[in-house]
Unconditional design. Sequence first.
Length: 278
Amino acid sequence: MGNIIYVELYKTFAKPRTYIGLIAIVILIALIQFGFYANKDEVGGSIRSLMGEAITVENLSLNGNMVCYFVMQMLYVHLPIIVALVSGDSISGEMNSGTIRALMVKPIPRWKLFFAKFIANQIYLLIVVLVIYIFGLIVSRLLFGNGDIAVYGDEISILGKEELLTRFTYGIALSYISLTVISNLAFMFSSFMENSIAPIVITMVINIVFLIFGSLTFELFAPIQEILFTKHMSLWIYSFELNPNYNEMYKSLYILMIYLFSFLTIAFFSFTKKDITQ
C-alpha cells in the first residue's frame, strides 16, 4: 500500500497544475501583506477609529495576527477552486490518458488504488492549509509582530495574543475539514468522467450556485439552505468566537461530515465498479 501511495503522490506532484494553486496562495498572501505594510499608518488609524476611545487595548494595533485573520477571511471563499484543480483531475485525468486502465488490469485491488489516490489528495490538501499557516500566520508575525485582534460579530470581542496561536491552529484544522468536502466532491465527479476539466468546472458551479442560493433571504428556502454544505464552510470562524455556540459548531461539523463521507462512498463504488472495457 505504501508503494502505491508513493506512486500516486509522485504523479500528483509531477503535474504543473498541482503547483498553480500553491503559488497562487503564496502570491495572494504576499500581496495582502504588502498592502498592509504599505498602508500600515492608515490601517492603524482605521482600527482606532472603529474601536473608539471607549476601548483601549495596548496591543490592538496592526500586527501579524490581524493580517492572518484577514487572509483567512479572503481565502476561504477562493480555496475550493484551488482544491478542485487537483482532486477533480486525480481519476478522470488518468482515464483520459488511459493510464488508469493499465493500472486496473494489474493484480492490484481497486480499493487500494482508490484509497491511495484519496490519501494523495488529502496530503495535497494538508500542504495547502500548511502553506496558509506558514505564510499567513508565521511570516505575518515576523513582518508585523504579535498582538491582539478585534473580532466583529454580534459584539466586538478582543482576543489576546497569548491565545491566538491556539485559535489559529484550531481554525486551520477546521478549514481542512471544510475543504475536504470540496475535495471529495471533485473526487467523486472525477470518478464518473474521463474529461479532466469537467469535474473541476462542475464542482465550482455547484459551489457557486449553493453560495448564491444560500444568500437568498426568502423564508421558503430557509430549511434547504440550512443543509447546504456551503452554509457550513466557514466552520473555522467558531475558533475565534469568545463564547462559541458549540451546538451550532457541532451541527455544522456533523453536516459537513455527512457530505464528506457521502461523496467519498459514492466515489468508491463508482471507481471500484467502473467498466474499463469502454
